[in-house]
Design a binder for this molecule. Structure first.
Ligand code: PEP
Length: 264
């Protein structure tokens, strides 16, 4: 039976590229490669200073525009931060929240991610909430416990009617930027756990609509094996999103999986 959710391929450019012209060129190549319409949903998440320029490139294309972070307050004395309304104003549709580089590199907590989630939903941004265990946690058999803690904390108080509009990204920290991709079976097991948690919390109907992406060293040659898994609904792509050919190769793999009839 086809699944009731589209695939979403999102590129997280992180702190790259370092020239506006290169960001515009990358966005242009992705736009041209994706074409005027797409059954597979696609989004790019450039550095905040290039959002407006990339938005201009993506005008009239089906590609979404995501920020990589935001603050939970609507405005005010928060030096260096960006408010959700600002992101909407420059054309954003999505925002990545709780990426492991912010959780583990900058000490971002589930509570902060939860506040950001509420603020993102309040202004109409689609949040992409990242979750995932570290290598030592996986090796200690604590993957599900870590995911459960992150889900309980970052989605605390989320109303069921809003849950279907949230995207989750399962990103095992040991697979991010390391070239060590989770096997399709490892990833599917974690995604199935997340789906069960969603069903317990929000009911099966809503859980079946939540997009849960996989992230961690996704490349054109390993994407199909991951995306064919029943609970993997797309990819959050770091390194490979900086090369238009590689990113488009992943989009192409998603289209092939979608066309094979497993999705609609
Ligand atoms: C990421 O940063 O979200 C990510 C998955 O990176 P990479 O694809 O480079 O592992």
């Amino acid at each position: 039976m086809p699944l009731n959710r589209p695939l979403l391929i999102a590129g997280n450019w992180k702190m790259n590229p370092t020239l506006r012209a290169d960001a515009v060129a990358l966005a242009t190549a992705v736009r041209d490669g994706v074409g005027p319409e797409s059954t597979v949903h696609v989004a790019v998440c450039p550095p905040a200073v290039y959002l407006e320029a990339v938005d201009a490139v993506l005008e009239n294309s089906p590609i979404g525009l995501g920020a990589q972070n935001m603050h939970w307050e609507p405005s005010g004395a928060y030096t260096g931060e960006l408010a959700g309304a600002m992101l909407i104003d420059v054309g954003c549709t999505h925002v990545i929240l709780g990426h492991s580089e912010r959780r583990h590199g900058l000490g971002e907590t589930d509570e902060q991610i939860n506040q950001k989630l509420r603020a993102a939903l309040a202004v109409g941004l689609i949040p992409i909430v990242c979750l995932g265990e570290r290598l030592a946690e996986r090796e200690a058999g604590r993957t599900e416990q870590i995911l459960e803690t992150q889900l309980n904390g970052s989605l605390a108080g989320l109303e069921p009617e809003r849950a279907a509009g949230v995207v989750l990204a399962y990103e095992p920290v040991w697979a991010i930027g390391t070239g060590k991709v989770a096997s399709p079976d490892q990833a599917q097991a974690a995604h199935a756990f997340i789906r069960r948690w969603l069903a317990e919390r929000f009911g099966a109907a809503i859980a079946s609509r939540v997009i849960v992406q996989y992230g961690g060293s996704v490349k054109p040659d390993n994407a199909a094996g991951l995306l064919e898994q029943p609970d993997i609904d797309g990819a959050l792509v770091g390194g490979a999103s900086l090369n238009a050919g590689d990113f488009l190769g992943i989009v192409q793999a998603a289209r092939a999986v979608s066309a094979a009839g497993k999705r609609h």
